[in-house]
Design a protein around this ligand. Structure first.
Ligand code: HEC
Length: 148
């Protein structure tokens, strides 16, 4: 839990900085949405963490896979994840394993419009996968990872 609190604290500082505020307002391009994703979500959902033992939150590629299996349409996917992020609870979370391991995702001081753009970016684009992900997926699901 300590690593998550530290990450959340760093994130709060980042989001409240003037540069980030400007960027979030302006972000309508794919590059800007990717920067916002990297600055906010990757603080905890970092795809470069070397092993599954070292993560402090599930990789976003796993989150995307889980939500897409339930919400295949973009609008439903974006709405479901956005409403979770604006009010995360263990009861509404879909990912039982990560909730057990890390507790529910902490609530973040984020603008809903910004969150929607980030989540739409995740849906539309191939996001970075940890190098151990396909092996981990196979262990968990007993089948090969087919990609995003
Ligand atoms: C302070 C750390 C932290 C930050 C920052 C963070 N997350 Fe999370 N997130 C977590 C943890 C821990 C979990 C696993 C527990 C859970 O599933 O609720 C999680 C789980 C999730 C889930 C799955 C929820 C479910 O149904 O179980 C989604 C979706 C998600 N994060 C999206 C995001 C997005 C998008 C961002 C960036 C806008 C983000 N998170 C930023 C820590 C964080």
């Amino acid at each position: 839990m300590k690593a998550i609190s530290t990450a959340l604290f760093a994130l709060t500082l980042t989001i409240s900085s003037a540069t980030a505020q400007e960027m979030f307002k302006a972000s309508d391009s794919s590059d800007e949405n990717l920067s916002a994703l990297m600055m906010t979500c990757y603080v905890c959902h970092n795809p470069r963490v070397k092993s599954h033992d070292d993560i402090i939150a599930p990789p976003l590629v796993a989150v995307k896979y889980r939500y897409k299996s339930q919400y295949s349409e973009k609008e439903a996917f974006v709405d479901a994840i956005t409403s979770f992020i604006m009010n995360p609870t263990a009861e509404t979370a879909l990912m039982r394993g990560p909730v057990r391991r890390f507790g529910p995702m902490p609530q973040m001081p984020m603008d809903e419009g910004m969150v929607k753009k980030i989540v739409a970016y995740i849906y539309d684009n191939e996001i970075e996968e940890p190098e151990w992900f396909s092996e981990h997926f196979k262990e968990q699901h007993g089948e090969d990872w087919q990609g995003q």
